[in-house]
Write a protein that binds this ligand. Structure first.
Ligand SMILES: [Zn+2]
Length: 45
């Protein structure tokens, strides 16, 4: 997998689960997703 995702909130580049902000414009990591309302992203690795 070569997805280059960067957390919009903390700039992390690795996370077991990625989420997306409600406006669907930014990706955020799992840790930030716990405190920021976000939509879980289902990814097929
Ligand atoms: Zn984060």
């Amino acid at each position: 997998m070569n997805r280059k995702l960067v957390c919009f909130n903390c700039a992390a580049t690795s996370s077991p689960i990625w989420r997306r902000t409600l406006d669907r414009k930014n990706n955020i990591c799992n840790a930030c997703g716990a405190c920021v309302r976000a939509i879980p992203i289902v990814m097929l690795y």
